[in-house]
Ligand binder design. Structure first.
Ligand code: PHE
Length: 357
């Protein structure tokens, strides 16, 4: 009988060691230690044994039962731990996934248009630089070849700042009226070739549906040894198509700016009527007023006097040349989104702003 007990114990322990799930172990417990199992039932037959043997066999059977129970308990604990690990791995949440909630808010229309413009010029190989919003008369006008009596210098057309003697001595400061001062500031510190765009705020005392006293421009400057008007046209045609659609054409119209020579204004073929001047219902196109063309920006070949004002041999007007352009971000946004009044963009009524978010 003792042999049988040893056999049952060995078989039970082997089965327990081979079990791979806690469910399996529960079945083994019933099979080996349950009411109908052989080992516990052996104990009932102990009474039939010789009195001398009873104690020994009874003890062996009890030990076998306890050992088996302990083996099952240990294995269950082990498997529970690894089943928990597996469960944790299976249930793992990837906290790096973006949430599913609706985004709250959005970028202001003018920020989006500015970034779109920046992206286009980055793609064309331009760098982005920024400059100060308070400027000196030197950078805003003098270095940009403005005649002494140029009308933009007038007190009524420019916000001049009260002089601040301890800061500037007798240097007259103003709120820059355009981003063009950065042409000269950049050439003072960079090496040619340069290709930059300069987004930023500018200020003029105009206020009506299409002008706000503070608005935004993007300046462009490309200087190299052999940059020509053809490069200007190619760059601005690429820009116009990227912003207004691949079918657009541009035209160059003679104009005047003090700091470019020749100066041109760039018109883009109207994206509303396809440049025909008439809508499908034969009415006059309201966007281009029937002309088929829309003015989008000013530009020209950088005047040699501007290069000379930089005063560095690297930008000697006999050695380098190039073009500049400047556009209003508000104007591009109005044309692209069909806005007739700029002012609501600055009134911060979320109901309006979120239409463009
Ligand atoms: N600074 C000009 C303006 O504000 C635009 C411009 C920039 C024109 C560069 C030519 C070259 O109107």
């Amino acid at each position: 009988m003792q042999e049988r007990i040893a056999e049952l114990r060995a078989a039970g322990e082997a089965a327990v060691a081979a079990a791979t799930t806690t469910d399996e172990l529960e079945e083994l417990r019933v099979a080996h230690l349950g009411r109908k199992a052989e080992l516990p039932n052996l104990l009932r037959d102990v009474s039939k044994l010789e009195p001398a043997e009873r104690g020994i066999v009874g003890k062996a059977a009890n030990q076998a039962r306890q050992a088996l129970q302990a083996a099952i308990d240990a294995r269950v604990a082990e498997l529970k731990a690894s089943e928990l690990d597996a469960q944790l791995i299976a249930d793992r949440v990837d906290i790096t996934l973006p949430g599913k909630a609706e985004p709250v808010g959005g970028l202001h229309l003018l920020t989006r248009v500015r970034r779109d413009i920046e992206d286009i010029f980055l793609g064309l190989g331009f760098d982005i630089v920024e400059g100060p919003e308070t400027e000196t008369v030197h950078y805003n006008f003098d270095a940009l070849n403005h005649a002494e009596n140029h009308p933009a210098r007038d007190r009524a057309d420019t916000f001049y700042l009260a002089p601040s003697p301890h800061l500037d001595g007798d240097v007259q400061r103003l709120l820059r009226t355009h981003t063009s001062p950065m042409q000269v500031r950049h050439m003072e510190r960079a090496e040619p070739p340069v290709a930059i765009v300069v987004p930023g705020r500018v200020y003029r005392p105009d206020s009506d549906a299409t002008h706000t006293p503070q608005f935004h421009q993007v300046e462009g400057l490309w200087i190299d040894t052999d940059t020509t008007l053809a490069d200007l046209k190619g760059v601005l045609l690429s820009f116009a198509r990227a912003i207004f659609g691949p079918d657009r054409e541009i035209r160059l119209r003679p104009h005047f700016f003090p700091f470019t020579e020749p100066s041109v204004e760039i018109d883009v073929s109207c994206h509303l009527c396809g440049g025909t001047g008439t809508l499908k219902d034969r009415s006059r196109c309201p966007l281009c007023k029937g002309t088929g063309w829309i003015e989008i920006l000013g530009s020209g070949m950088v005047d040699p006097n501007v290069l000379a004002a930089v005063g560095r041999p690297e930008f000697d007007p006999e050695k380098v040349q190039g073009f500049a352009f400047g556009m209003g971000i508000e104007r591009i946004a109005m044309l692209r989104y069909g806005l007739s009044d700029l002012r609501p963009l600055y009134e911060n009524d979320v109901r309006l702003l979120e239409q463009y978010a």
